[in-house]
Design a protein around this ligand. Structure first.
Ligand SMILES: Cc1ncc(COP(=O)(O)O)c(C=O)c1O
Length: 404
């Protein structure tokens, strides 16, 4: 740790660990009155010292806040924190995870551009590319990005962007990020990674060559299922300026109160993910040995097809898993209707365990063909493991899977 900063509070050094960075978020403006917890600057506008000072701030000759859609100390503290956790240089907080993705796509693409995207991405990301971006003559090819040869084949001279989610939602396939970065860059395309499923505790895509990282803060980073939010993280100054301008113009920005809630949640990111992923490993092993379960997909299982890849590029296997109960769709529905501790709901990354059926819920907007290609079959049940005692979770799943 460095010596106390001018506000008498400690700031983490570059080399500090994730938990230290998560707790000691940086914003001298937010802490100027020596508050230990970042205050909520619940204001839409900021007063200028003088007409001349206001003009200088607008011209960018002097630092200063203008208007909350453009910048706010509480939001800035969150942006700095998430950027530090991701080993990035800049954060752009957004109203939701989808606002982070849509702003990134609208900000980086133009008519005629081509996108290559993972089959198994969050359902609305697929819909955004297929139905909305296509209206602006942006063409998308969906492929299994965990197969690096398929990525190589799909990239064309017109490809501007490779959009990858890993581990994939909901199938938990793992894409080789370093290989994708190299391939994308060889075609002068950018690699955008949705790092929501792993969180920066387990995976930092910039270290593997990514250009842009997007997050749904709604999930692990906030972690308490009480806020919707997103973040675009960047290393490159030019890309930051470009996307910052697009975000503040389109207006999908964050509210200071939303930012404060996420700042509070992110402080325990490491503790929550460590507990949840230890439980996920035990639950995956329990399910694999269960007579009513046909298959389990969890990168932490040695027989997962991408186990070694996950071990190489992640610092743990995560708190997400999916499985197929024997008996297909009716059996999956039966499990969802019988759980008593796991909550039947579509989010993830919160302290509570959530269970859902992607084919009819999160990914219902995808066509039957797209779902089949992505491996989102009718028997697939997704489990987002929380921080409850693992024995209680296992007992709940066991009773839900029992015959009769
Ligand atoms: C992997 C992933 N990315 C993006 C999103 C979208 O985030 P939000 O719901 O905050 O808009 C989600 C939401 O579930 C998600 O799971």
């Amino acid at each position: 740790m460095k010596s106390p900063n001018s506000a008498g509070l400690h700031r983490p050094t570059e080399s500090a660990g994730l938990n230290t960075k998560a707790v000691h978020s940086e914003s001298s403006e937010a802490y100027k009155n020596r508050a230990v917890s970042c205050p909520i600057y619940q204001t839409s506008a900021f007063a200028f010292d003088s007409a001349e000072a206001g003009a200088r701030i607008f011209r960018g000759e002097e630092a200063g806040f203008i208007y909350t859609r453009i910048g706010n100390p509480t939001i800035e503290a969150l942006q700095n924190t998430v950027a530090a956790l991701e080993h990035g240089n800049y954060g752009l907080a957004t109203a939701s995870g989808m606002a982070a993705t849509s702003t990134t796509l609208l900000g980086l693409l133009k008519s005629g551009d081509h996108v290559v995207c993972s089959y198994a991405v969050y359902g609305p990301t697929h819909v955004l590319l297929e139905r909305e971006m296509s209206r602006f003559d942006v063409r998308s090819t969906f492929i299994e990005t965990s197969d690096t040869d398929k990525v190589r084949d799909a990239l064309t001279p017109g490809t501007r962007l490779l959009f990858v989610e890993t581990p994939a939602n909901p199938t938990l396939t793992v894409t080789d990020l370093a290989a994708c970065a190299e391939l994308a860059h060889s075609r002068s395309a950018l690699l955008v990674v949705d790092n929501t499923f792993a969180s920066p505790y387990l995976q930092t895509p910039f270290d593997l060559g990514a250009d842009v990282v997007v997050h749904s803060l709604t999930k692990f980073i906030n972690g308490h299922s009480d806020v919707v939010g997103g973040m675009i993280v960047l290393r490159d100054e030019k890309l930051h300026k470009q996307l910052r301008s697009v975000l503040t113009t389109l207006g999908g920005t964050m509210d200071p109160h939303q930012a404060w809630l996420v700042l509070r949640g992110v402080k325990t990111l490491g503790l929550r993910v460590a507990q949840a992923q230890a439980s996920a490993q035990k639950i995956a092993e329990f399910l694999r040995g269960h007579e009513s379960v046909a298959w389990v997909s969890y990168p932490g299982l040695p027989d997962h097809p991408h186990h070694e890849r996950a071990r190489r590029q992640m610092r743990g296997f995560g708190a997400m898993l999916c499985f197929g109960p024997k008996g297909g769709f009716p059996a999956a529905q039966r499990v969802l209707n019988r759980v008593q501790l796991c909550t039947l709901g579509v989010s993830l990354g919160g302290v509570e365990t959530l269970i859902q059926h992607p084919a009819t819920m999160t990914h219902a907007g995808m066509s039957a063909e797209a779902k089949a290609a992505a491996g989102i079959d009718d028997d697939l049940v997704r489990l987002a493991v929380g921080i409850e005692d693992v024995d209680d979770l296992i007992a709940d799943l066991d009773q839900a899977l029992a015959e009769g």
